[in-house]
Design a protein around this ligand. Sequence first.
Ligand code: NAD
Length: 470
Amino acid sequence: MSEFSFLEQVNASFDRGAAYTDHDRRLLEQIKACNSVYYVSFPLRRDDGTIDVIQAWRAQHSQHKTPTKGGIRFSMAVNADEVMALAALMSYKNAIVDVPFGGAKGGIKIPRYDYSPEELERITRRYTFELVRKNFIGPGVDVPAPDYGSTQREMAWIADTFASLRPEELNTLACVTGKPVSQGGVRGRKEATGRGIFYAIREVCDVSEDMQSLGLSRGLEGKRVVVQGLGNVGYHAAKFIEEGGGVLVGLAEHEGAIHNPKGLDLEKVMTWRRETKSILGFPGATDLAQSGDALTLPCDILIPAALEGVLTAGNASAVQAKIVAEGANGPATAEADGILRNRGVRVIPDMFINAGGVTVSYFEWLKNLSHVRFGRIEKRFEEGAYTRLLGAIESSTGKHFGESERQAIAHGASEEDLVNSGLEETMVSAYHEIREVQLQLGSAVDLRVAAFVLAIDKIAVSYMELGIFP
Ligand code: NAD
């Protein structure tokens, strides 16, 4: 635990970044402030007829661009401070990956796994109703998405509730992202945050001089990786990293952690967990009774992808990874962050590395506003053009392409191809933008400060162009 609240820690990181900018003090104050927070409580009739009183929040941190955007968390740890901290991180994250949204976050304080699907549906629909009543949701106002404890299913309920309350609106599907594809979602959204983490880590490992200064070889191939949390973010990050040549030596869930220096097969671990209800006891692996012990396993890359505040003053000095990729939001307390920084660990900050989700949410929102699937119009045309080109090459050179070669070249881009390529481009270019800022500011500056400087500069431009601040 930290002596500072989550919001205080985000604001302290903001201040560290702000110190490297020369913006007007009042402008910095405006960027940092959370513009509005809505708190609501409502009764839930449980399946057994008893009543629970539910507390929920939605924080809109910044409207320098609208709509505001950010997930909805279903967890007992939710409170106003957490929601405001996460909303602030969303503003900075959106700026870093150039998606034209302000930041927001919602939270419903419930022990999610104690409720039946019917109860969760009643909670989600009532929460949406309350947001509609206060104009805290809408395609141009505020657009939620999944976060810890919520999934595609809840997003479908939100879209359906919103549509039934606003039948005259044309763009109702764009009121929420992370929906199932059959309900207006976009292909690739579910895995986007994890896939984005993979693209970012691959890029981090590809910069020779950075790897050299960490004492690591270039490239992801063979790097030993530990992942904490096998939910949406952690599972997909682990999956793509494994496919990309990384070796998963440690995996942690809330019931405990497992370790095998030779590598763990992710799909086999997931099957084991489904069958036995635990990752513990996985054949060939060593059990760690405390899930948190995974954070200090010998490895090259550590990916905390469960919840905030897991790296603390108590365990940061024992972290053996040279690279910490913050899959979760705020996994390192301010104290832990300082310790890791002083020890020369390369911390890839949350507000960049887990931005793949919001990036693809942006694509989903665009799809919903345009009412057409990406690739629908051009796919067949592209295939025809490539096929004609291949035919021309064959007749002029005499070379004949085999069927698989032909299919690989003359392949028009599908929705998934386009989404993944947009995500890859975003993660790779954002990493180099942050790294450039870091290089300009000098060796004392870490990537988190560089990311804040970049975000602050981008948000500041929006305010300055309005002529409000000098
Ligand atoms: P999720 O609910 O799908 O998964 C979280 C997982 O962590 C669960 O499997 C849970 O059992 C596990 N867990 C809980 N406590 C644990 C512990 N002490 N040790 C190990 N595992 C534990 O949530 P998610 O969507 O994957 O979100 C995880 C984090 O990533 C959150 O901080 C969230 O804000 C952040 N994030 C999510 C997205 C997204 O698109 N879903 C995007 C950006 C950031």
